[in-house]
Design a protein around this ligand. Sequence first.
Ligand code: DX5
Ligand code: ZN
Length: 218
Amino acid sequence: PHQPRINPSILAADFVNMQADLARIAGADFVHVDVMDNHFVPNLTFGPQMVQRIQDTSPVPLDVHLMIDDPDRWAPAYAELGAASVTFHLEAANEPVALARRLRAIGARAGLAVKPMTPVESLFDILDDVDQILVMTVEPGFGGQSFMPETMPKLRRLADEARRRDSSVWLQVDGGISASTIAQAAEAGADTFVAGSAVFGADDPEQAIAALRRTAAG
Ligand code: DX5
Ligand code: ZN
């Protein structure tokens, strides 16, 4: 398999020193950008104008995670500004297949996210229309929460189904990923790992990224 991808989440960065913090993760695969609207989740971050500046400034491609209502309406703008991938929540989308196709047509990887309690079988119908699936390993909304191991059977079922279909879909986990939790997520089938506090909370973010990648590779 591909070497594990590590996507640091800038939710844990310093919002008024974003350019400097982006420069500290140049060895990452993607930068994970959490967009929150205070409706889908009880927290608020930033919108397309800020994400455009991150796109202009980041040394690595953008992996945008939309925790917003009505992604059908708002998601395409993030693909248009050049994000490498745009992930929206299944729980929030009205027409997930149509939206995924639209994101792909604009040139982004289409991603579909599910909250910890959302059954994974609800994804099977749309699996072939997306490039990556994000299994949330915490309730979305905040950084620094504890990894939920009870989401691992779901990830395993998804990985089995992807293998059965010979699918090249990427399986991503997000929430509480650290040196002590990343191995179990990798073992359950994840290949792409979002880490906020574990990267930006480290003295040396580049070293933390390399260490996470090594641990995930087993
Ligand atoms: C949570 C966000 C995550 C968050 C992860 O809703 O989607 O991307 O930044 O932060 P950590 O790695 O600190 O759990
Ligand atoms: Zn996220």
